[in-house]
Structure formats: structure tokens, C-alpha cells
Design a protein around this ligand. Structure first.
Ligand SMILES: CC(C)(COP(=O)(O)OP(=O)(O)OC[C@H]1O[C@@H](n2cnc3c(N)ncnc32)[C@H](O)[C@@H]1OP(=O)(O)O)[C@@H](O)C(=O)NCCC(=O)NCCS
Length: 292
């Protein structure tokens, strides 16, 4: 299925170039108010440019809107979609979004999904294309306490540095596809550690933690491993003295139980929208909005 652009404007649409990345980062930071550094926003969009589709809309020589998407296996994911506040709701964003969508159609994607803000224009755009709300993505933060954060309860588990074949096996199970380029990106960040977890020598999960205490992506292979993988991730995330923060797909009941049992605060939510269900996201925590 391909969707045609329906609106002509004085706006020029084109693929983004490397030289646009700082302007795109600034547009993203102005529009989203995300507490990200400019470099983090730039590098995230560079990864989308390098491994997906990144498109911009220009008006009078200024980048006023951006849309970016990635295809991994049969999954198309909308990584970024922002129009400058002064230009919103004037018909600029939707043609860009349709182009990003069409790039997924051309690449053979079968499932189209995203992580949306609560903005009605954003959610309407996604629903117009056929995505439907699944559940909220719930954000937690704080200093974990209580028995759930006690790794001593989880004997037989071993965590070591993540290797890509371990991650690929679990991704295939959780998402139905692998994504080596994303793992290379996560592992290349100086403040991020990727760990794999084994139980009695068998894969039990993997997780990433950052120096600031962010957790994710994280996955486990079966329900009995959930608490151990989460506890190990929390232990590593808090080793620098910071609290933890992470996002939970609403379908992941185990992680929600764990968050509340650990005394964490529920701080905000976004929305998961998809054209159809896929994988086993009830055993997954996403990396964030850019790569899910
Ligand atoms: C979401 C956003 C990127 C859309 O860009 P935009 O340039 O404002 O979008 P458009 O004006 O082209 O509108 C998008 C589509 O949604 C439709 N739309 C907007 N609000 C709507 C509503 N409340 N109900 C139904 N349809 C609506 C528009 O009609 C248009 O569809 P059409 O082209 O088929 O007519 C932009 O509004 C934005 O940056 N919002 C704030 C930040 C944000 O939340 N971004 C999304 C991150 S997930």
C-alpha cells in the first residue's frame, strides 16, 4: 500500500543531509522540549540518517519539519516527527510523514509502529495512516528499594558484556527481527554499557544502562527471568550513585509490577501505536523514542 501526497505548499521537501543534523537537533529540542543535549539529539538523528530515512521540509531556507524512520526486518518504526511550533498545523508535516511511510512500503515493511506524544495532531497523523493505539508507554524514575532490587535473590544468573550474537537471538524472539546496526550504535556510546544475562549457561536476557541511570533496551527470554534481569540492570544503573529511569510498554505487566514494588515514581506517559501487533513486547523495555 502506498500513500500519495495530497497537499501542495510553498514548502520544499527533500532528504536530509549530514550538514542538516545540527539544525534538525535544534528543531527537535525546540519542539519536543526533551531534556537531551544537542549532541545526543544530533547523534540520534545521524543514526537514523545512516540506517534509515530522514526527510526535511524547508520554508524560506529554514528547516521547519523533520520526519525519520527505520526499517528492521518487516518492522517500520517512525523515529522522529516534528514541525516547528510556528509552522504546526499548516499542512507541512503530513506530506513528510507520508514520504517516510512510503519509504517503508518500498522497503517491504509490513508492520508500521511508533511512540507518540499526546499531541492530537501527532496521534491524528498516525491514526490517519492506519496505526491504532495499543497502550501507553509509562515512564518511571527514582531510587529502587525493597526485595525486587536485591540481586542476591537471583542465584545462578551471570551477567557479562553483551555480544551481538546473544542480542540477535533474543531480538529475533522478542521483535521477530534482528538489528545489529542499533546494537553497534548503543555499544559505541561512551556512557553506555550493554550486558547479557545467562542462567545455568542459557540466555536469559540482555540490558543496557547509561552512566545517568537510564535502562533500556532490555529484554528477557521467559517470564521466570524477568525479575533477575531487571534486578541486575537496576544494580548496574545505580552503581554510579544515580537513580534509575526507564520506559515500560503498557503490555509489560512484569516490569510494571517491578517498578511499583521497587518504590519508583510514575512520571509521565506516551502512546504506542501500530498497524498490527507483533513480537513479545511484554518482555521488553525500549531504548527510547528514536529506536524503540
Ligand atoms: C505532530 C506534528 C509533527 C505534525 O506536523 P504538522 O506540520 O503540524 O502537521 P499537519 O498540519 O500536516 O497535520 C497533520 C495531519 O493531521 C491532521 N490533524 C491535525 N490535528 C488533527 C485533529 N485534531 N484531528 C484530526 N486530524 C488532525 C491534519 O489535518 C493533517 O492531515 P491531512 O494532511 O490529511 O489533512 C506537529 O504538529 C508537531 O510537531 N507537534 C508537536 C510535537 C509532537 O508532539 N510531535 C510528535 C512527536 S511523536
Amino acid at each position: 500500500m502506498s500513500i500519495e501526497n495530497t497537499r501542495a505548499t510553498d514548502v520544499h521537501y527533500r532528504p536530509a543531509a549530514q550538514s542538516d543534523l545540527l539544525s534538525i537537533a535544534d528543531l527537535f529540542l525546540t519542539t519536543s522540549e526533551a531534556p537531551w543535549s544537542r549532541e545526543f539529539a544530533r547523534a540520534s538523528h545521524e543514526h537514523v540518517l545512516d540506517t534509515g530515512t530522514l526527510l526535511v521540509a524547508e520554508r524560506r531556507g529554514e528547516i521547519v519539519s523533520v520526519a525519520g524512520s527505520i526499517v528492521r526486518g518487516r518492522l517500520w518504526y517512525l523515529s522522529t516527527f516534528w514541525t516547528h511550533p510556528e509552522h504546526q498545523r499548516s499542512g507541512i508535516g503530513m506530506p513528510l510523514l507520508r514520504q517516510a511511510w512510503n519509504s517503508g512500503v518500498s522497503a517491504g515493511a509490513e508492520v508500521f509502529f511508533t511512540w507518540s506524544s499526546s499531541d492530537p495532531a501527532a496521534m491524528a497523523s498516525y491514526m490517519k495512516l492506519g496505526m491504532r493505539p495499543g497502550y501507553q508507554i509509562l515512564h518511571f524514575t527514582g531510587e529502587p528499594a525493597g526485595p525486587s532490587s536485591d540481586t542476591g535473590m537471583h542465584r545462578g544468573y551471570e551477567s557479562t558484556d553483551l555480544d551481538l550474537s546473544h542480542a540477535a537471538k533474543i531480538d529475533h524472539d522478542i521483535r521477530g527481527c534482528t538489528r545489529e546496526s542499533d546494537h553497534a550504535y548503543f555499544l559505541g556510546k561512551p556512557d553506555t554499557r550493554g550486558r547479557q544475562v545467562r542462567f545455568d549457561g542459557e540466555p536469559a536476557g540482555y540490558y543496557y544502562v547509561t552512566a545517568e541511570g537510564n535502562v533500556g533496551p532490555l529484554a528477557w527470554t521467559g517470564p521466570r527471568h524477568a525479575d533477575a534481569v531487571l534486578a541486575l540492570a537496576f544494580r548496574d544503573a545505580t552503581s554510579g550513585g544515580a537513580g534509575v529511569s526507564f520506559a515500560v510498554p503498557g503490555s509489560n505487566r512484569k516490569a510494571l509490577d517491578f517498578a511499583f514494588d521497587s518504590g519508583l515514581r510514575f512520571t509521565r506517559f506516551n502512546h504506542f501505536l501500530t498497524t498490527s501487533e507483533f513480537g513479545a513486547l511484554d518482555r521488553y523495555l525500549p531504548s527510547g523514542p528514536v529506536l524503540f
